[in-house]
Design a protein around this ligand. Sequence first.
Ligand code: PEP
Length: 253
Amino acid sequence: MTRTPVFGGNWKMHLDLNEAIALAGELRNRLGSHRGAEILIFPSAPFLRPVVERLRDCAIAVGGQDLHFETKGAFTGATAPAMLTSVGCTHALIGHSERRHVFGDDDATVARKLTAALNEGLVPVLCVGETIEERRAGQTFVVIERQLASALAGHDTAALSALIVAYEPVWAIGTGETASPAQAQEVHAFIREWLSDNLGDPFAQATRIQYGGSVKADNVDGLMTEKDIDGALIGGASLKVDDFTRIVRFERP
Ligand code: PEP
C-alpha cells in the first residue's frame, strides 16, 4: 500500500498578519505545485482567511489549530467548526499536546472535538502522544491506546476515511529532542496495529500517521525511511521557509 506523505506546518501562536501572509506567499512559490506530498498549514485563527486567500488554487491546504465541539453559542474565545469551513479551512488539528497539557483538554473533550470536525466535513489530524513521565513508567502504549480508543469510539471507517493521526511524543515537542527513527517507528507500528484491530486492516493500511516532535531539515530523511512514518507535523521549523521546504522535499535513500 502506498500512502501519499503528508506534512503539516503548525504555526502555533507566532507571526503577525504581514508575516503570516508573507510566509504563505513564500510557501506558495516554493511548494505551491509540489506533487510528492500533501501539504497542510495551520495558522493562528485571525490569519486563516488571508492565508487561505494567499494559497488559493495551489497545492497547500489550510486548517485550524483547534476548534470547539459546539456549533455556536456563548463560548468566548472559541472557534466553531463551521467558522473554519466558512473561511476556507479543510483540516483541523484535534488534541494537539498543547491543547491537552496547557489548556487542559481531556480525552472526552478531544473526542467531542473530533466528532465536531467530522460533522462539519473537516479532516481531523488527531494528535496523540505520551509525556516523558509516562514513557519512563513504560506506559507509552497504554496512553496511546487510551487516546486512540477514546477519540475514535463510535465512528466507522466511512466517517474516518480521511483521518490523519499524528504521533507527537510530548517530550519531543519544541524541545529540540527528537524521537529516534526507531523509537518513532515502534509507536507508529503500534498505532497501525491498533487501527487494524479496531477498524480493519484496509483502513489501517490506508491511514497516514505523521510523526511530530522537533522535526528538522536534518532529521526528516531518517524518520521518513521508517515504513510506518507517513509524514510529519512540524512546529518551529515550519516558520522557516527553507527548512519547511527541505522537510517536505525529504529524500529517501
Ligand atoms: C508541533 O507543534 O506539533 C510540533 C511538533 O512542534 P515542534 O516541531 O516545534 O517540536
